[in-house]
Ligand binder design. Structure first.
Ligand code: SF4
Length: 680
């Protein structure tokens, strides 16, 4: 007999598929889609299927410690580990500590760590890997709508007739969502799929139109679309008048980019811009999806604003469409709801707002003034402070920045220069730089909720006991709190108690779940539309147009660094491959990193498929296998997830310049020099 063990949200991408974990007739633990899940209805991709087979490979064996990073680790007890951390926290000034957490944590973990750091350590130096992923989208939404969160849901796909994928290879990165788009296209063959990307991705292969844009120039393209929409009278005057403000400001900027100018900057045909304007103007319902191709840019916030401006100008909200950013991590949305970035507080509150600070201080029972007013340092900004010795403790929870951070040589130097704690289920690359390693339980071994990209909240029921040496992430912070003398504020016995506390902070907020409980779940839908009555949480209840100003990428592409490297994911691997990289069925065909080159570029350089080549940027160099394929001339693509075990992580080459508003780094535009194999 088959036995259902649990239902949960997939631990990988932000689509947030509902999974059912069961024991088959032979007693083997297996994973399949959960048909009753409201967002994904039983669909799933290949990635989570081998999880039960690999979940215990490469686990952290016990708390590990070394004072000096040149020494070997020795096993220590939890008591000793907790005492070491507490003594460091007591020794350091609040802002000498830095916490780097993850969108893979449950909402309860993120809430509790945020409370520990902002309320009790009294620093706002806490950031999450969402900074490398979604920070520009968060700013785009907040500046346009007054609050974070995509306004639509996956159901919008089922009656849309146009889909724009901007800087998103959803066919690989969000496959279940893309499958739903293809299903709609099959039902309605005239529906349009447009892909805006310098790489001819698997998503572009299925598209009606591929816009092979120059990297980093999307703001120009969307400004030009807005220019055309207005010139041709294709805007929704009624919507603009009733529900928006500042249109003339956005338009003034857009007027700098008529198609004849924009096409040159973007490196595309003018006719493509006309085509896109027509699609925005005349489709019945249009959804624009975007991910890192937009966000990971020094112009990332502006790209987001320019796209949302086009939606506002054509009234493409709710029944007529949605500007829909997709998250890369499974619970990036939940983390944003609890405010786990440098400026956030629970319930979409902000440390810069005195009412919000007072509310949370009262709620947590701490003296007025405990929460600092100024946002903490974002992760890329913190690197210089670590190198200069201003940050003395760097605590990494459930993420692997030793592979994902930009300009890795510099980041590794920073890690060598401070006391590093790595709290993780696995011995990741980041462990190489740690003084203290804490074995944590992981997905499948702990309960808690996660929020997917369309705001559906799923309760994760555990189906496996963690190895005996592991503790839950929230439990580890409670132990340290006890050692610090804060026990009465961290009395939790289980994650349900944390959930019950957190949900009260959401009352009356946009993410209100104050009347929910674990029993209502496992799956509760966030609702079809966020701004159902087209009232937006701004001073005037109106959405805001914003001036979307284009600035070129930070790297200089003068000779010899004249190829632009962009990065992304592969089809079957997820993030830094700590789990998917251990499953043979997922690793097959993806056993080593590669760089994709344009065929004319490769011919000119004398490089052919499978040649090992040297690539340099001003930040470092790597050796990597070449692949020749369909990508814009002058652009190269490499996956970022392969760690040191595969030799050279790609991000050694990658730019750490940041967007001035969102502070998200420019992982998608790095000028590189590719050494020719032979002179032709
Ligand atoms: Fe998991 Fe994403 Fe695949 Fe769904 S599409 S099963 S969330 S990796």
């Amino acid at each position: 007999m088959e036995e259902i063990l649990a239902t949960a949200q997939c631990p990988y991408c932000g689509v947030g598929c509902g999974l059912e974990i069961f024991k088959d007739k032979k007693g083997r633990v297996k994973i399949r889609g959960d048909k009753s899940h409201p967002a994904t209805k039983g669909d799933l991709c290949l990635k989570p299927i081998p999880f039960p087979k690999v979940m215990n490979i490469g686990r952290v064996p016990s708390p590990l410690y070394r004072e000096n990073k040149k020494e070997q680790f020795r096993e220590i007890s939890w008591e000793e580990a907790v005492k070491i951390i507490a003594s460091k926290l007591k020794e350091n000034k609040p802002d000498e500590n830095y916490f780097y957490i993850s969108g893979q944590l449950t909402t309860e973990d993120s809430y509790l760590i945020n409370k520990f750091v902002k309320g009790f350590v009294k620093t706002n130096n806490i950031d999450a890997n969402s900074r490398l992923c979604m920070a520009s989208a968060v700013m785009g939404y907040k500046l346009s709508f007054g609050s974070d969160g995509p306004p639509g849901s996956y159901e919008d796909i089922d009656d849309a007739d146009a889909f724009i994928f901007a800087g998103s290879n959803a066919a690989w990165t969000h496959p279940v969502l893309f499958k739903r788009v293809l299903k709609r296209k099959k039902e309605l063959p005239q529906a349009k799929i447009v892909v805006i990307d310098p790489v001819f991705t698997a998503t572009a292969e299925k598209a009606d139109i591929w816009v092979d844009i120059n990297p980093g120039t999307d703001t120009v393209l969307f400004n030009s679309i807005l220019y055309l929409l207005e010139k041709k009278g294709w805007i929704d005057f009624d919507f603009i008048k009733k529900h928006t403000q500042n249109f003339s400001e956005a338009l003034e900027e857009a007027y700098k980019y008529p198609p004849e100018i924009a096409s040159k900057i973007c490196g595309i045909k003018e006719s493509l811009i006309y085509k896109l304007a027509e699609i925005y103007a005349f489709s019945k319902k249009i959804i624009s999806f975007w991910t890192m191709g937009f966000n990971q840019s020094t112009n990332g916030t502006m790209k987001n604003l320019s796209l949302i401006n086009v939606h506002l100008a054509t009234g493409r909200i709710n029944e007529k469409g949605c500007p829909f950013s997709l998250t890369g991590q499974p619970n990036a949305m939940g983390g944003r709801e609890v405010g786990y970035l440098v400026n956030g507080l629970p319930g979409y509150r902000d440390v810069r707002n005195s009412e919000d600070r007072r509310y949370m201080e009262k709620f947590w029972g701490i003296p007025e003034g405990s929460i600092k007013e100024n946002p903490g340092m974002t992760i890329v900004e913190a690197v210089d402070k670590i190198i200069s010795g201003d940050i003395k403790l760097f605590w990494i929870v459930c993420t692997n920045p030793a592979v994902t951070m930009p300009n890795l040589n510099k980041f590794w130097k920073a890690l060598r220069n401070t006391f590093v704690i790595v709290q993780d289920a696995y011995l990741t690359d980041s462990v190489d730089y740690a003084n203290l390693v804490l074995p944590a339980s992981q997905w499948g071994e702990k309960e808690g909720v996660m929020t997917g990209s369309d705001r559906t909240i799923t309760y994760n029921r555990p189906f496996s006991e963690p190895p005996s040496q592991c503790k839950h992430d929230w439990e580890i912070f409670c132990l340290v709190a006890k050692e610090m003398g804060w026990e009465e504020f961290f009395p939790y016995k289980n994650s349900r108690e944390i959930f019950d506390e957190y949900k009260k902070t959401t009352k009356g907020r946009l993410c209100d779940i104050s009347d929910w409980n674990y029993e209502d779940l496992p799956k509760k839908w966030g609702g079809k539309w966020l701004y159902r009555d087209k009232k937006f949480p701004t001073e005037s209840d109106k959405a805001r147009f914003n001036r979307a100003v284009y600035t070129p990428a930070a790297d200089n592409t003068d000779y010899p660094y004249s190829i632009v490297l962009t990065t992304g994911r592969t089809k079957k691997q997820w993030h830094t491959m700590t789990r998917t990289g251990k499953a043979l069925e997922l690793l097959r065909d993806e056993t080593e990193p590669f760089i994709l080159l344009n065929d004319e570029d490769s011919l000119e350089l004398g490089i052919f498929d499978n040649d090992y080549i040297n690539i340099r940027s001003v930040r470092g160099q790597i050796y990597i296998k070449a692949k020749v394929g369909k990508i814009k001339r002058g652009v190269a693509f490499a996956p970022f997830g392969y760690g040191k075990i595969y030799h050279f992580p790609t991000n050694i080459l990658v730019s750490d310049a940041v967007d001035p508003v969102s502070k998200e780094p420019e992982l998608k535009f790095s000028a590189v020099y590719i050494k020719a194999k032979k002179k032709r």
